[in-house]
Design a protein around this ligand. Structure first.
Ligand SMILES: [Zn+2]
Length: 252
């Protein structure tokens, strides 16, 4: 049995493990989430390579008897140093990593999950404060799509009508879909998020574009806030919980 293998991988999280070693969590393209030990003290090269949000080719050794995995090398192809240059960027990247871990790496759609993460992190590497927020909102919406739980923004779940683009609709947290302006009065507003025409148009535009292009699609603060609330609600349904790192997204 071949105990060594290589994988296209992204480092999601690293934590201390034992006296001078670390344990890292990776998203891989062909094996989903992988946890492995990284040996070496603060001056080790490998430790510098295996740092959050680096991606590249991971070389891993697996002992199936002890069910033990260690990283033997990591050839970094993207370092993304900009993610460490501002608090907003590191919060945004951490929110993405936590979402991926909570969503089991994308539930089997690993190549798509990897492409979405890499694309989003590359955009975040140079994003300003608003860009960080909008990138995470876009990411959360795309992540619910990946998990097969994306809300349909075009069709009312109560009457099956297609509200015109200029109509205000409500996103229902409990039903995971939108309710049109005529059906909304019959529903409990507390469980709903208002989505104005701007928020729906913005979500449609950014989810149809790559992450860097999406950064150039501006949004006023109200539509972005509405889109954020709907994305957080949809992602919480898809992942099964509202993650702590999402609360660090500012702009309320
Ligand atoms: Zn309706």
């Amino acid at each position: 049995m071949n105990r060594s293998s290589t994988h296209a991988a992204l480092v999601l999280a690293v934590r201390p493990y034992g006296e001078s070693n670390r344990e890292a969590v990776f998203l891989t393209e062909d094996a989903g989430l992988v946890r492995a030990t990284v040996f070496g003290g603060p001056k080790s090269k490998l430790r510098a390579y295996v740092a959050p949000f680096h991606s590249g080719e991971m070389f891993i050794y697996h002992d199936p008897v002890k069910n033990y995995r260690k990283i033997t090398d990591f050839a970094v192809d993207a370092w993304r140093p900009g993610l460490r240059e501002s608090l907003e960027r590191s919060y945004a990247a951490a929110a993405i990593a936590e979402t991926v871990i909570a969503g089991f790496g994308g539930g089997g759609s690993w190549p798509e999950a990897m492409a979405l993460c890499r694309d989003t992190l590359d955009a975040l590497d140079g994003a300003d404060e608003t860009g960080c927020r909008s990138s995470v909102v876009r990411f959360l919406w795309k992540w619910t799509e990946l998990l097969g739980a994306a809300p349909d923004l075009e069709c009312c779940i109560d009457c099956a009508c297609f509200p015109p683009p200029d109509e205000v609709v409500w996103y229902s947290r409990s039903d995971g879909g939108i309710v049109c302006g005529r059906c909304a009065p019959r529903r409990d507003r507390a469980g709903s998020v208002e989505l104005g025409p701007g928020a729906r148009a913005w979500l449609r535009a950014v989810t149809g574009a790559d992450a860097k292009t999406a950064l150039r699609i501006g949004a006023a603060s109200l539509p972005l806030r509405q889109a954020k609330e709907a994305a957080l609600a949809a992602a919480a349904e898809a992942v099964g919980t509202r993650l702590k790192t999402w609360n660090l997204l500012g702009g309320n």
